[in-house]
Design a protein around this ligand. Sequence first.
Ligand code: AMP
Length: 284
Amino acid sequence: MQLFRTVIDLQKFVRTAKKAGKTIGLVPTMGALHEGHASLIKAAAQENDLVIVSDFVNPTQFGPSEDFDAYPRRLAADEKVAEAAGADVLFAPAPSEMYPHKDMTWVEVTGNLTKVLCGRTRPIHFRGVATVCTKLFHLSQADRAYFGLKDAQQTEVLRRMVEDLFIPIQLRIMPIVRESDGLAKSSRNVYLSPKERSAAVILSRSLAHAKESFAAGERDPQKLVDQVTAEIRTEPLSQIDYVELYGLPGLTEVKAPISQRVLLAVAVKFGSTRLIDNVVLEVE
Ligand code: AMP
């Protein structure tokens, strides 16, 4: 596996690969790689000749009071995880490589897609995600890009961006990888104290219970939201940011009775750590 720190080095690699007719899979990440990221890299390695993993804590997707400075950065460990999972290139640029100009071009998906769920408390987040992903899609010239369903709103936003801008790339969305007790793997889990770590299991547990209720025939969106909210509230260390349900694709409003695929998503703080999780409910 090769480590590239500059845009020029990545572009040279991509030019050669494309001339040789190789297909390229891209896995965008912010590093602190775990098994969730590894699952994306493995899928990319299966479906493409070459895999480029980006490892970049993207400053433009963090709000002023968010955890950009504290976000874990562990390039040496990431190199091992990426290589073991089948990456050919790890692209770890400095912010000045990705954002060379102060006055810059933004890519912004407008409307409800970026205003609901995480968009409500993170108003600039998805503009940062869309902008950095556009840059990475162009730099990598990837045939396919791999994202986790853990960030379900992000995948919906990027799907719209790719469609609107006619970007010739296939988005591949992979299932959520979890710890053995159900907690979704996340680079932010390292912030949790032992007590918060135990408490955080309430997210996956409450979503699993909602899935059971749905399977048993519950079709009222508000009742499913209320059930999850009530269960999370039994955990004293939890502070709910949102529990919401939207239609897929497109995060549309859903009325009772539910008659389409829906996303039931939560964001909850434990201490100062904000975690997200979700479940997709499919009507048979
Ligand atoms: P991040 O480094 O957190 O920005 O995540 C990079 C990519 O990995 C995103 O597409 C995430 O959705 C995905 N990802 C993060 N955690 C998981 C997980 N537990 N399971 C599957 N994919 C994940």
